[in-house]
Design a binder for this molecule. Structure first.
Ligand SMILES: Nc1ncnc2c1ncn2[C@@H]1O[C@H](COP(=O)(O)OP(=O)(O)OP(=O)(O)O)[C@@H](O)[C@H]1O
Length: 637
C-alpha cells in the first residue's frame, strides 16, 4: 500500500522521475528515506503555581513522565498505551515539541541520530485528540487553507490543490469534500460523521507530507469499524507514526508494529504485542482464554486495588523488571545505533529544509478565512442587522417630535446622543469579550503547529470585523438620526456617523483587550463591568467633568464614551442660537448651544482632538490586547 500510494502520487504529477526530483519542493514529497525517532531519559515536570491573596504564590513541581526511553523505527506504526492519566499525551506532546510553556522537558530526542527541538514542529505532523475545525468551511476549503499555511513557500497553488485532492481521495473524503465540516445554526444538516472528522484531522496532519507523525488517540469516539479503518490507513501510510490509543480491539492492535506501555509516567514495556503478553505472564499476570490482547495489557497496567503508594510501587516493580529483561534490549540497541548520527545526508538536509511562506501570504489567507467564516452565516449576519434596526426604531420612536428648539429638546438631544454611544459600546464590548475564549482552542492548536505568527491572526480578526462593525454603527446612527430629527446637515450627520463607528471600534478593541488580559470570560466580565461603568459615569452626562475628584479625574482620558459624547454634543450644539427658555419651569435654562457645551464642561475646540484620541485608544487597546493575547496563547500551549 505504501508503495502504491507513493507511485500513485508520483505518477499523477511527475510521470518523468527526473522531473519529480526537480520539483521535490513543489509537490511536498521530498524523496526522503524515512525517519527513526529515538529518545532517552525523557522527563516532563510541570510547574504549578498556587495563587494566594496577600501572600507570595506557592510554586510546586510535579513530575509527569519519569526517564522514559524509546524508539520508533522508520516506517513503523507504534502504539503508546496505558491507563487514563498514565502520561501518554504528555509524552507525545513532549516528543513532538508541542508541550506547554509550563512544562519542563528533559532528555534527548533524536531524529536519525540528530538532536531536534523546535524544528520538530516543522518536521512532524500532529493529529490531536480533539477535532477542532471551523465548522463553516467545507472539507476542501479547510484542507486548502491549511495547505497554504503549512506547505513550503516553493509549492505553487496548483500543487497545493493536487496535494489536497490526493489526500481527499486517499482518505475517503471524496463524497463529503464540498460539505461543511460543522453544523449550521439554521438547521441544515451538514455535519461530518465522527469517522470523517478523524480522517480529516489525519489529512490535515499529513498535508505537508511529514515523514514523522504523532497521533493522539485517533480512535476516540469511533465505532469499531471506523477505528479499524483509520488505524489501518495509518499502518499503510508512508511515515513513522507514534500513536496513543485506549484499549484497542484485537483487529486494531494487529495494525501496530509494536506497543509501548506506560503507567504512572514510567515505561513498563516496549516491544511486540506477543512479547508484551509473555512479559506480563512471566510477571505473574494471568490472561483469560477469551481476553483480547489489548484488554489483557490494559488490565495489567490498571492500578491494583489499594493505596496510591502501593499502585506506584507495583508500576516501579514492573518498570524495573522490564529494564533488566531481554525485551528492553531491542530499544536500547535502536537508541545506541542512533548515537552515531547518519552523516549529514541528503535525507536529513531535506527534512530540515523547509521554507515557510511569508507573513503577508499567511495573513492574506487568515483574513480570507475570517471573512469567509463571517459570510458563511448570512442568516446570522442578517439577524444581527435586523436586531440593530429593531432596537434603533424602538429607541428612535421615543424621540419622535421631542427634539425642538426648547429646553425639553435639549434633554431629548442629549438623551438620543447618549443612546447612540451606549448602543455602540456595550453590545460590541461583550461580543468581543466572548470571541477569544470561543476561538482559543483552534488558535492554540494552529500556533502550536507553528502555522502562523499571532500578529497575522490578530490583525486579520480586527480587519475582518471592521466592515460589519462599521455597518452596525452606521445603521443604528442613521435610524436614530432620522427619528430624533437631529441636526440636519450632511456635515453633522457624517461626523456623528464617524464618531459612532470609532466608538464601536474602540469598544470592540477594549473587549478584545479584557478577553486577552483575563484568564476566562467570567473573570474578564467582572472587571469589564467595573471598567465600562466607570467609563460611562465619567462620560459627561452624569457628572460635570470639572467637578470630578482628582484621583478619578484622570480616568476621563481613557473614556472613549466621554470623547464620543463630547464630540456628538459639539456637533449638535455648535452655533445654535435662540433656544427658547421658560425660566419658571427649567433650571438651568439654556439659551444657546455654547451654554450647553459649557454646562457639560465640554469645549468646542476638542472636536478634532477627541477624534484623534479615539483613534489612539483604538490602537492602544489593540496593542495591549495583542501583548496579552500572545501570552495567553503561550500559557495554553
Ligand atoms: N498542566 C498540567 N498540570 C498538572 N498536571 C498535569 C498537567 N497536564 C497533565 N497533567 C497530569 O499528568 C498526568 C498525565 O496526563 P496525560 O494527559 O498525559 O495522560 P494520558 O495518559 O494521556 O490520559 P488520557 O488517556 O486520559 O488522555 C495526569 O495525571 C494529568 O492530570
Amino acid at each position: 500500500m505504501t508503495m502504491k500510494l507513493d507511485s500513485f502520487y508520483l505518477q499523477q504529477q511527475f510521470p518523468n522521475p527526473s522531473e519529480y526530483k526537480k520539483n521535490k519542493y513543489q509537490n511536498g514529497y521530498d524523496g526522503r528515506e524515512g525517519i527513526t525517532l529515538t529518545w532517552s531519559d525523557l522527563s516532563v515536570t510541570v510547574k504549578q503555581i498556587k495563587k494566594k491573596f496577600f501572600k507570595s504564590n506557592a510554586v510546586t513541581y510535579k513530575k509527569l513522565v519519569n526517564n522514559v526511553s524509546g524508539a520508533v523505527e522508520n516506517g513503523k506504526l507504534v502504539a503508546l498505551m496505558g491507563p487514563s492519566g498514565a502520561g501518554k499525551s504528555t509524552i507525545l506532546y513532549a516528543l513532538s515539541h508541542r508541550h506547554s510553556d509550563q512544562m519542563m522537558v528533559d532528555g534527548d530526542v533524536k531524529i536519525n541520530g540528530h538532536r531536534v527541538n523546535k524544528s520538530m514542529c516543522r518536521i512532524s505532523g500532529f493529529m490531536r485528540q480533539e477535532d477542532i475545525f471551523i465548522g463553516d468551511l467545507t472539507v476542501k476549503e479547510h484542507l486548502l487553507f491549511m495547505a497554504c499555511l503549512k506547505l513550503d513557500k516553493r509549492t505553487t497553488y496548483q500543487e497545493k490543490e493536487h496535494r489536497v485532492s490526493y489526500l481527499i481521495s486517499e482518505l475517503g473524503l471524496e463524497h463529503c469534500k464540498n460539505r461543511k465540516i460543522g453544523g449550521s445554526m439554521f438547521g441544515q444538516r451538514a455535519e461530518l460523521s465522527g469517522g470523517e472528522r478523524k480522517r480529516l484531522s489525519f489529512a490535515t496532519a499529513c498535508l505537508s507530507n511529514p515523514a514523522l507523525l504523532f497521533c493522539d488517540e485517533p480512535t476516540t469516539g469511533l465505532d469499531s469499524l471506523n477505528a479499524i479503518r483509520i488505524v489501518s490507513m495509518m499502518a499503510s501510510w508512508n511515515a513513522t507514526i507514534l500513536c496513543t490509543i485506549h484499549q484497542p480491539s484485537p483487529e486494531v492492535l494487529k495494525c501496530f508494529s509494536s506497543v509501548m506501555l506506560v503507567a504512572d509516567g514510567s515505561l513498563v514495556f516496549s516491544g511486540s504485542v506477543d512479547d508484551a503478553i509473555n512479559f506480563f505472564r512471566s510477571a505473574g499476570y494471568h490472561m483469560n482464554v477469551n481476553e483480547g490482547a489489548g484488554e489483557f495489557l490494559m488490565s495489567c497496567l490498571a492500578p491494583p486495588p489499594g493505596s496510591a503508594l502501593s499502585a506506584r510501587m507495583a508500576v516501579k516493580r514492573l518498570a524495573h523488571q522490564f529494564v533488566i529483561s531481554e525485551y528492553s534490549k531491542t530499544t536500547e540497541l535502536l537508541i545506541a545505533l542512533q548515537e552515531q548520527p547518519i552523516k549529514a545526508s541528503k535525507m536529513t538536509e531535506t527534512l530540515f529544509d523547509h521554507k515557510s511562506s511569508s507573513w503577508l501570504y499567511k495573513f492574506y489567507y487568515i483574513l480570507y478565512r475570517s471573512i469567509l467564516e463571517l459570510l458563511r452565516n448570512p442568516q446570522l449576519q442578517w439577524l444581527k442587522i435586523a436586531q440593530k434596526i429593531v432596537v434603533a426604531i424602538a429607541a428612535g420612536l421615543c424621540y419622535v417630535g421631542a427634539v425642538n428648539n426648547d429646553q425639553a429638546g435639549v434633554q431629548a438631544v442629549q438623551g438620543a446622543l447618549f443612546i447612540l454611544i451606549t448602543e455602540n459600546t456595550f453590545p460590541a464590548l461583550y461580543a468581543a469579550l466572548a470571541l477569544i475564549p470561543k476561538e482559543l482552542p483552534l488558535l492554540v492548536r494552529e500556533m502550536r503547529d507553528g502555522d502562523y505568527h499571532p500578529s497575522a491572526l490578530y490583525l486579520a480578526k480586527i480587519i475582518s470585523h471592521l466592515p460589519g462593525l462599521a455597518l452596525d454603527a452606521f445603521i443604528f446612527t442613521a435610524i436614530i438620526y432620522l427619528f430624533a430629527n437631529l441636526r440636519p446637515t450632511t456635515f453633522a450627520f457624517s461626523v456623528v456617523s464617524l464618531i459612532s463607528i470609532l466608538c464601536i471600534l474602540v469598544s470592540t478593541a477594549c473587549g478584545f483587550m479584557f478577553a486577552s488580559v483575563f484568564e476566562n470570560y467570567e473573570l474578564a466580565s467582572v472587571f469589564l463591568i467595573l471598567f465600562d461603568n466607570t467609563m460611562m459615569i465619567i462620560s459627561g452626562l452624569f457628572i460635570k467633568l470639572s467637578t470630578l475628584p482628582l484621583m478619578i479625574s484622570w480616568l476621563q482620558y481613557l473614556s472613549w464614551m466621554r470623547y464620543s459624547y463630547e464630540s456628538l454634543s459639539i456637533i449638535q450644539w455648535q452655533d445654535v442660537k435662540n433656544i427658547s427658555c421658560d425660566a419658571s419651569t427649567y433650571l438651568p435654562c439654556f439659551r444657546s448651544g455654547s451654554e450647553i457645551i459649557d454646562y457639560y464642561s465640554f469645549s468646542e475646540d476638542h472636536l478634532y482632538w477627541n477624534i484623534t484620541f479615539l483613534v489612539i485608544l483604538f490602537f492602544c487597546f489593540n496593542v495591549i490586547g495583542y501583548i496579552f493575547f500572545v501570552q495567553k496563547i503561550r500559557k495554553h500551549f
